[in-house]
Design a protein around this ligand. Structure first.
Ligand SMILES: [Zn+2]
Length: 195
């Protein structure tokens, strides 16, 4: 009688294939941890898009769907996509970061930027983004618009305000968020917070 042996190797191949197929079947849902590569562009005046950001698959963007803090319209466009699916959509400024608010451009006394009694001139440069906090403890980024002798003009509008955003990219990986990740509101491990 022929000797019958157990093909261990093909079994593990089989389960590997199975796991791979399962992850291919997963779709992006609320609370999915999503890995994407993408390109962000602004629509140009002459019909040519102006590429402003490229995130490649070596350092993908990672977020929890529904907790990303990104515009809802962005997350909505990714819903139900699977691994290797591509996307290509535009969201209008109103659905993204809104319109520029002229009241968010504010003149601040220069001395509030002092560190150890000195004005940090390397920080107060036009175009620099400076982390600030308001009197309610909200954190915000302000861009230096101009620097005068006594005052600094700062713009607290989102840098993407007033912009239509064109995204195209690829879904690289999808997994379920862990209970810890949902409690913390951010991704742990690969591409996320390490703690
Ligand atoms: Zn955490």
């Amino acid at each position: 009688m022929a000797k019958i042996i157990f093909e261990k190797d093909s079994l593990s191949n089989y389960s590997r294939r199975f796991a791979k197929n399962m992850s291919k079947l997963m779709q992006i849902k609320p609370n999915s941890v999503v890995f994407i590569s993408y390109q962000l562009a602004f629509p140009g005046e002459n019909g040519e898009a102006e590429v402003v950001e490229i995130v490649d698959d070596k350092e993908p963007m990672v977020f929890i769907h529904g907790l990303s803090g990104l515009p809802e319209a962005f997350e909505a466009n990714l819903l139900n996509l699977k691994v290797n699916d591509t996307f290509d959509f535009t969201i209008s400024a109103e659905d993204a970061y809104g319109n520029v608010d002229p009241n968010a451009v504010i003149s601040l006394p220069k001395n509030i930027f002092q560190v150890d009694g000195q004005n940090p001139d390397d920080i107060l440069q036009v175009g620099n983004f400076i982390p600030m906090t308001d009197d309610q403890g909200n954190r915000m980024q302000g861009m230096v618009v101009s620097v005068g002798p006594e005052n600094v003009m700062m713009d607290f509008n989102h840098p993407l305000a007033e912009k239509d955003l064109m995204f195209n990219g690829t879904v690289l990986k999808i997994r379920e968020a862990t209970a810890d990740e949902l409690a913390h509101g951010h991704v742990h491990g690969d591409g996320g917070v390490e703690h």
